[in-house]
Write a protein that binds this ligand. Structure first.
Ligand code: DAT
Ligand code: MG
Length: 182
């Protein structure tokens, strides 16, 4: 599957998307979410499975420590496998968050039933997906999951190639790659 050049004319932005344990536990939901990512013209730069220890959850969600849901959140995020993606697209951060819908599943079901959380979320904690909420958090979160991935270097060296070149989807690795010219 090639993404043609004209659709990729605006500068690409990176975001971190995570499919949380509640969704990874259900292969059909996981598959549907992966397809949604592709249908929405995201370029999958990295994709990897993770299983967190409690300490990883605590570190990632440190900003929420002290909130009433923190312990529940930390335990849930270390309760089973997750799948993390580095996604590229124009306006990727906003677009992925729009696809996810509101944080609170019970609200999402009413106000945005067609969003990911509205369709698949189980509770306000077990809400199916994560998405970075700003450029700063995307940088930080991509580094958290993929410490060898340098966002600045990717933006400088790879972004122009992914935006203007032919991008190929590898169905076995389930990520995109640049096609070799000729
Ligand atoms: P988001 O994941 O939409 O960025 P957030 O950063 O405010 O939302 O919260 C992080 C996670 O914490 C969220 O995905 C699920 C959990 N959470 C947030 N608010 C909650 C609440 N009121 N009750 C239960 N879990 C909550
Ligand atoms: Mg958040």
């Amino acid at each position: 599957m090639f993404i043609s050049v004209p659709r990729l004319c605006r500068v690409l932005q990176l975001t971190l998307a995570v499919i949380k344990p509640d969704a990874v536990a259900h292969p059909l939901i996981l598959e549907t979410l992966h397809e949604k990512i592709l249908e929405n013209n995201f370029i999958i730069i990295r994709r990897q499975d993770f299983i967190w220890k409690k300490e990883d959850s605590e570190m990632f969600y440190a900003e929420h420590s002290g909130r009433f849901f923190y312990q529940r959140l930390v335990e849930f995020m270390s309760s089973g496998p997750m799948q993390a993606y580095v996604l590229a697209r124009d306006d990727a951060i906003r677009h992925w968050r729009e696809m996810m819908g509101p944080t609170k599943v019970f609200r999402a079901r009413h106000t945005s039933p067609d969003t990911i959380r509205g369709r698949f979320g189980l509770t306000d904690t077990r809400n199916t997906t994560h998405g970075s909420d700003s450029l700063e958090s995307a940088h930080k979160e991509i580094k958290f999951f993929f410490p060898d991935f340098c966002v600045d270097r990717w933006m400088e060296e790879e972004e122009p190639l992914y935006r203007t070149g032919k991008v190929y989807y590898d169905p076995l690795k389930m990520i995109h790659a640049l096609s070799i010219p000729g």
